[in-house]
Ligand binder design. Structure first.
Ligand code: MN3
Length: 242
C-alpha cells in the first residue's frame, strides 16, 4: 500500500472504532507514527459534514476553512518538517514545545495544523447538551466559580485578542484550568508563548472563521460557538492533559 492510502486506512480504522485486537495487527511502528502525529502530517477527516454546524457556523465557511485555510497549514507544515526535521521522527507536540529552535514557517504552520485539528474535534452539531456533571465541571467550578463565569472569561479573552489569534481553555503546569489567548497560530504548548500548558479547547478568532456569516460581529460568533462545543471530547482532553 502506498503511504497515503495506508494512512487513510489507519485513520478510517481508528475512527470506525475497531477493537484493540484488530489494531494490534498493524505494525507497531506505523501505529506509533499515527498516534504521535509525526510526518507526513495529514488532516483528520471532519467528524461531521460541512453543514452540520448550521445555523451557528455556515457550510461555506466550514468548507473553505477546512479545505483551504487548514489544508494549507498542513501542507506548509509538511514542507517545513521535511527540511527541518532532517528525517528524524519528531512529534508535532515536541516540535511545538521547542518551537523557538525552528523557523517561523514551522511555528505558523505547525501551530495552524495543531490548532485546527483540536478545533474541529471539539465541535459537534448543536444539540442543546451542555457540560455534564463530572471531573471537568468540578475543576471548572473550583477555578472559575461557575460555568457562567468560565464562559464570560473565555468570551472576554476571545474579544480582547486584537487581530488574528485563538482563545484557549488549557491545563497549566500545576494541573489547573486556565483561560488565555495567543496571537496568530501560536498556542500554549509553545515555548515562546507567555501562557503555558496543554490546550483542551480552542476558539479560532481569525476572521476567516466567521466573516462570511458574521462580518465584524465577532461577539455574536463567540456566543454562538459555545452552543457547538463537544464537551465529551473536551473532558477527554482534560483527563489526558492532567
Ligand atoms: Mn482558522
Amino acid at each position: 500500500m502506498k503511504s497515503n492510502s495506508r494512512r487513510k486506512f489507519i485513520i478510517n480504522s481508528l475512527s470506525g472504532g475497531l477493537a484493540a485486537g484488530a489494531l494490534s495487527t498493524l505494525p507497531d511502528s506505523l501505529l506509533a507514527l499515527e498516534l504521535n502525529q509525526a510526518t507526513p502530517f495529514s488532516q483528520t477527516p471532519l467528524p461531521y459534514g460541512y453543514a452540520a454546524l448550521e445555523p451557528l457556523i455556515d457550510a461555506m465557511t466550514m468548507e473553505i476553512h477546512y479545505t483551504k485555510h487548514a489544508a494549507t497549514y498542513t501542507k506548509n507544515l509538511n514542507e517545513a518538517a521535511s527540511s527541518e526535521f532532517k528525517g528524524a521522527s519528531i512529534s508535532l507536540e515536541d516540535a511545538l514545545k521547542n518551537i523557538s529552535t525552528y523557523s517561523p514557517k514551522m511555528r505558523n504552520n505547525g501551530g495552524g495544523h495543531y490548532n485546527h485539528e483540536l478545533f474541529w474535534k471539539t465541535m459537534k452539531a448543536p444539540d442543546g447538551m451542555g457540560l455534564h456533571e463530572g471531573a471537568l465541571k468540578n475543576a471548572m467550578i473550583k477555578q472559575f466559580n461557575s460555568f457562567e463565569n468560565f464562559k464570560k472569561t473565555l468570551s472576554e479573552s476571545a474579544m480582547t485578542r486584537f487581530g488574528s489569534g485563538w482563545a484557549w481553555l488549557y491545563v497549566d503546569q500545576k494541573n489547573e484550568l486556565q483561560i488565555g489567548s495567543t496571537p496568530n497560530q501560536d498556542n500554549p504548548l509553545m515555548d515562546v508563548s507567555p501562557i503555558k500548558g496543554t490546550p483542551i479547547l480552542g476558539l479560532d478568532v481569525w476572521e476567516h472563521a466567521y466573516y462570511l456569516k458574521y462580518q465584524n460581529r465577532r461577539v455574536e460568533y463567540v456566543n454562538n460557538w459555545f452552543g457547538l462545543i463537544n464537551w465529551k471530547v473536551v473532558e477527554e482532553n482534560f483527563l489526558k492533559a492532567r
